[in-house]
Design a protein around this ligand. Structure first.
Ligand code: NAP
Length: 332
C-alpha cells in the first residue's frame, strides 16, 4: 500500500500510521490493565537457572524478583555492580530465600560479553531461561558509538545480545526445554532499518518533530525482533524456544537520556497507556513460562498475545540477512 501513495503524501501516511499504532496500543494496554492475561498456565521454574540482563532496575529487576519468588536461581547480568548489589539486596529483603547471583555484563563492549559468557559457561552448564532485557534509548542528535565502534543502540540492544545468546546456545540446549526472551518494542513498527546501513552512517538531520531522533532505538528494536525470528528457525527441534515482546509503555529509567520534548511525549504516553511494573513483568513471564506459547517459537508478543502487526513486518529474508551481518560484526 505504501508504494501506491505518492511521495508528497508519504509524511501524512506515516503520521496516520503512527496514530493508528498509538490508538491500537492504547486499546490493548487498557484491556491488559483491566483483564491481565487470562490463562498463564505457567511451567514451574523452581530449581531452574535464569539470566536477566539489565536487572539492576526497571523491568529487568522486577522480572528477576518474580523469577526468584518462583524459586529459580537468577543471575543478574548488570554493567554496574554496585547498582546490581543494591538490586540483589532489595530482592532479598522481599524474598529472603531468593537464590541470586551477580555477574558483570556491559553489552556496549564485546569483550565484556565474551568474559561474561565464559564465566557463566564454566559455572552453569545448563541454562533454562535467558531474558535479553537490557536496553537503552538515548535521544542525542548525533550518532553515538560503542567501544567496538557500533551505533550505540544497535551495539547494546541488538549486537550485544546477539553475541551473548550465540555464546550461550550450547548451555541453553543442554538445559532444554529452555527459552530465550528478548525485549523489543512496538516502536519497531515505525523503524526504518536499512540492512546495508545498520550503523546509520547515512543518517542525516534528525529532528524531534519528525521523530527521526528516535530512529536508532526503533531500528535496534526491529533488529531484536528479526533476530528472534531467525533464531527460532535455527533452533527448531532443539527444545530451545524463543520469543520477543513489547512490554507496553512502562515508567522506568529508559527515558533518562530523553530530550525535553521527548520527555513530555514519554510522560504523556505513560499517563495515557502506562503499564505498572508488575504487569510489564507479567508480559515477559508469559513468554518465559507460559505453556500456551511453548510451541510458538520466533514470534512477537504483546500483553500475552501474538502481536500480528509486528509479526507481519518480520520478513524471513531480512532476518537471515541481519543474522549474517551480525555474525560478521561480532566476529563469530
Ligand atoms: N519502559 C518502556 O516503556 C519500554 C517500552 C518498550 C520496550 N522497553 C524495553 O524494555 C527493556 C527494559 O527497559 P526498562 O524500561 O526497564 O529500562 P531501564 O529501567 O532503563 O533499564 C534498562 C536496563 O538496561 C541496562 N543497560 C543499559 N545499557 C547497558 C549496557 N551497555 N550493558 C548492560 N546493561 C545495560 C541498564 O543498566 P544501567 O542502570 O547500568 O544503565 C538497566 O539495567 C529495554 O530493552 C527496553 O527497550 C521498555
Amino acid at each position: 500500500m505504501d508504494q501506491c501513495i505518492s511521495m508528497s503524501l508519504k509524511p501524512i501516511w506515516h503520521l496516520i500510521q503512527k496514530i493508528i499504532i498509538f490508538l491500537e496500543a492504547l486499546i490493548d494496554s487498557t484491556s491488559f490493565k483491566i483483564f491481565g492475561i487470562s490463562e498463564m498456565e505457567e511451567d514451574p521454574v523452581a530449581g531452574k537457572i535464569a539470566i536477566v540482563t539489565g536487572s539492576n532496575c526497571g523491568i529487568g529487576k522486577q522480572v528477576a524478583r518474580d523469577l526468584a519468588e518462583r524459586g529459580a536461581t537468577v543471575i543478574l547480568a548488570c554493567r554496574n555492580l554496585e547498582a546490581g548489589k543494591q538490586a540483589m539486596n532489595e530482592i532479598k529483603q522481599d524474598i529472603p530465600d531468593a537464590k541470586l547471583d551477580l555477574v558483570r555484563l556491559d553489552l556496549a563492549e564485546l569483550a565484556s560479553v565474551r568474559k561474561f559468557a565464559a564465566e557463566i559457561k564454566s559455572r552453569y552448564p545448563e541454562i533454562h531461561l535467558l531474558i535479553n532485557n537490557a536496553g537503552l534509548c538515548s535521544y542525542k542528535k548525533e550518532i553515538q558509538k560503542t567501544a567496538d565502534g557500533f551505533e550505540l543502540h544497535m551495539g547494546v540492544n541488538h549486537l550485544g545480545h546477539f553475541l551473548l545468546t550465540n555464546l550461550l546456545l550450547d548451555n541453553l540446549k543442554a538445559g532444554a526445554p529452555s527459552r530465550v526472551v528478548t525485549l523489543s518494542s512496538t516502536t519497531m513498527t515505525i523503524s526504518h532499518l536499512k540492512l546495508d546501513d545498520l550503523m546509520m552512517e547515512t543518517f542525516k538531520n534528525p529532528t524531534v518533530f519528525t521523530g527521526v531522533s528516535r530512529l536508532p532505538y526503533n531500528n535496534s528494536k526491529m533488529a531484536n525482533a528479526l533476530f528472534t525470528k531467525e533464531l527460532g528457525r535455527r533452533l527448531e527441534g532443539t527444545g530451545v524456544t524463543v520469543y520477543t515482546l513489547c512490554p507496553g509503555i512502562v515508567n522506568t529509567e529508559v527515558f533518562r537520556d530523553s530530550g525535553h520534548f521527548e520527555n513530555i511525549i514519554a510522560k504523556t504516553c505513560i499517563a495515557l497507556t502506562g503499564i505498572p511494573l508488575a504487569k510489564a513483568s507479567l508480559s515477559v513471564l508469559y513468554c518465559a513460562l507460559s505453556r500456551k506459547c511453548e510451541h510458538e517459537s520466533g514470534k512477537f508478543y504483546r500483553f500475552g498475545q501474538v502481536y500480528r502487526r509486528a509479526n507481519r513486518l518480520l520478513k524471513l529474508k531480512d532476518a537471515q540477512e541481519l543474522w549474517e551481518k551480525s555474525l560478521q560484526l561480532v566476529g563469530l
